[in-house]
Each structure stands twice: as C-alpha cells, then as structure tokens.
Design a protein around this ligand. Structure first.
Ligand code: ZN
Length: 365
C-alpha cells in the first residue's frame, strides 16, 4: 500500500513529509518481509491439485485438494459470477448442491442460482469472504432461477434481490415466500449440513413463522450480510484428518436471546477502522496449515473438464487417503476423485405446501 502525495493537497508540509517517511518505511518493511500473500498465491490458481479430496485447516484458514467443479448449468441450477472461478468444492459439497437442486425442484423451487463456493484449491480469496477456504462452504441465492438460461453476461451482471430492509433488519414481507422457508428447511435437512448462515432478519422471519418441526432452526445461524443468499456449511468429510471442525450449534432453535442481540444497536455500530486490512488480506503461507504449501505446489489437473462433477449420483471412484499419510500422487484425471459418500441419502419428506413447479420445458444441459 502506498500513499499518494497528490491525493493530499493542502496538507501542511511537515505532515506531508511525515507521511512520506511513513510511506517509505512501509515500503522498506515490505521489501524486507516480501512474503507473498496467500490470497495472491491461491487466487492465481486456475485449476485444482488433483489428489484425493482432503480439506486442511479451518473454514477461514485452510485449503484443499481434490476439488471438483460444479458444471455451469445443471437440470436445476445455474452458476452465477462465473468469471470469479469459484465453482470449486470438495466432491461431497458439489454432490450436495446437485442433490439440493433436485430436491428443491421437486419441492417447487424453480432452480438454484449458485454463488461462490471455493477457489480451485481453496485458500483465502482475493476479494469477499473470510471463509470458503476448504471446499465446504457454498453460497446460494435466495432469488429463484429464471425460466430461461442466463447468458454469461447476465450471470456476471444480474443483481440479486435484497430480502432484508437494511434499516430495520427485518425481512421485506412482500418478497418472502413460503418457498424460501421450504428451501432453507430442505438445505438444513441433510446430515452433512452443519450450519446455514442467513441475515438475522431471515432467522427472525423463520423463528416467527415456522410451525410444527422446528428442530432444523438450530442449524440456521444469523450473521451479517447474507441478505440475498444463504450460506451452506458442511462438516469435515471422511479422509480429512487435518480438517478442523466447528463447534456444534446449541440444541435449541436459536430464537431467544442470541437472536434478540441482533436487533439491538450493538452489532450495527459503524466500524471504527473501516480501512484496516482484513485477515485474509494479510495471511501468508505461514498462517495456513503447512500442507497448504504442498497443495499449492501440486501440478494442475489436465483441464477444468477433467475435474468437473459428472453428477446424477453416479459415483466417482473412491480413494480416501490414510490418516497422516503423505498426500497421494497427482493422477491428472477424474479417476482419483473420491466418492461423495453421504450426498445421496434418501430425501426426507418436508411438509410445506408450495405454489407451483418449474415448467418442464426449461431444462439446462
Ligand atoms: Zn458465504
């Protein structure tokens, strides 16, 4: 970071000089400790390291091997913002998204618009999220897929619908439909899904309106943002002994005191230091699990196609690494990708009636 002198007209000379010294000192320090930022190293990777799928570290501090890509289109989904190249995940996550898209379509949701999952090898991102680093997080829009295939340009530019009023932090009632509740309930129904992050207004809407079975509300966690999408987080998967799980959510529905806090002034106080760099902007390889260096150094998969999920519940050859064994060699094709073990368990019945089904004519590839 440098300070532009031209952007500081009218400053008193001594201040300008002082700033110049600070800037020079900063540059000198940068030159001495020229550790590359982990986000630049991981952000530059266009393809995954082909190995058995394995997550290293924590959701906000880690990386992964064996990433597979979610295809740009499926029967019931479309990938948004494709230029970011964040449609990569642990095979279980990718299979789970496919399963959710099918189950949600059967429930009447017109198809999923998929936001960011992970970079090909995970790691901190150049922009945006703190988490999404180990292939086990995915953002899904609360806007249903339209009745036609979006063009690439539309996928980059179409705006999402903000579901929450940013002053009251309450859901906009004219936008919230029973099918939104149904979609979140369906996503929460899978045993792999440990948490679903939503805006506090959305959590409150669910707390206020869900009747009957409320046990799934435990997984719905209020968080800043997440007003146009929800964020699915699955647990550490088999074959990832170095993956750090998150503590379990409390057993209750989370509709009491912890939710009330979000409707006080405290969580919304302006950031006193908005320009302070974020953790992901500062992380070097030294801050990540040591295996992430290995992950970074592995050769690329042959092509994105070779490591794109084939879907339909067709199993991919399983190959889970031994705990603490050295990572397996790169194979260069999809043969070494592990099976999505739990993503095809039977779909439970969910009893919220929904208005309509997607017309069958509009089917992607
Ligand atoms: Zn997210």
């Amino acid at each position: 970071m440098t300070i532009s002198m031209r952007s500081l007209p009218g400053r008193r000379p001594f201040l300008t000089a002082a700033l110049a010294i600070v800037a020079l000192a900063g540059l000198a320090a940068g030159a001495i400790t020229a550790e590359p930022r982990a986000k630049d190293l991981f952000g530059a990777k266009k393809l995954p390291a082909v190995a058995a799928a394995q997550s290293f570290g924590f959701y906000s501090k880690g990386c992964f091997t064996g990433g597979v890509a979610l295809p740009m289109d499926g029967m019931n989904w479309e990938v948004m913002r494709p230029s970011r190249n964040r449609r990569w995940g642990h095979p279980t996550m990718i299979a789970l998204i496919e399963k959710l898209s099918r189950d949600a379509a059967a429930d009447g949701w017109p198809g999923l618009l998929i936001g960011d999952i992970s970079q090909p090898r995970g790691g901190p991102m150049l922009t945006g999220h703190a988490s999404h680093q180990i292939g086990l997080d995915a953002d899904i829009w609360l806007t249903p897929m339209p009745d036609r295939k979006l063009t690439t340009q539309e996928r980059e530019n179409v705006s999402a619908t903000l579901m929450v009023d940013d002053k009251t932090h309450l859901v906009k009632d004219r936008l919230w439909k029973p099918m939104h509740t149904q979609l979140l309930k369906r996503a929460a129904s899978y045993p792999e899904v440990e948490r679903i992050l939503v805006n506090p207004g959305i959590k409150k809407k669910l707390c206020d309106t869900v009747t009957g079975d409320r046990t799934w509300l435990r997984k719905i966690r209020p968080f800043w943002g997440h007003d146009y999408h929800f964020h699915i987080r699955i647990g550490c998967q088999p074959g990832s002994p170095n993956c750090k799980g998150q503590e379990a959510t409390p057993d209750d529905d989370g509709c009491g005191k912890p939710l009330a806090w979000w409707f006080t002034e405290e969580p919304w106080r302006p950031n006193k230091n908005p320009d302070a760099p974020k953790a992901r902007d500062l992380m070097t390889m030294a801050n990540l699990p040591k295996q992430c260096r290995f992950v970074l150094d592995q050769p690329d998969a042959d092509s994105a196609e070779a490591v794109t999920y084939r879907g339909g519940g067709v199993p991919i050859a399983a190959r889970a690494p031994e705990p603490d064994a050295p990572l397996p060699p790169v194979t260069g094709n999809a043969a070494g990708l592990p099976n999505a073990v739990n993503a095809f368990t039977a779909t439970p019945e969910i009893g919220i009636p929904l208005p309509r089904r997607r017309p069958p004519a509009n089917v992607g590839q």
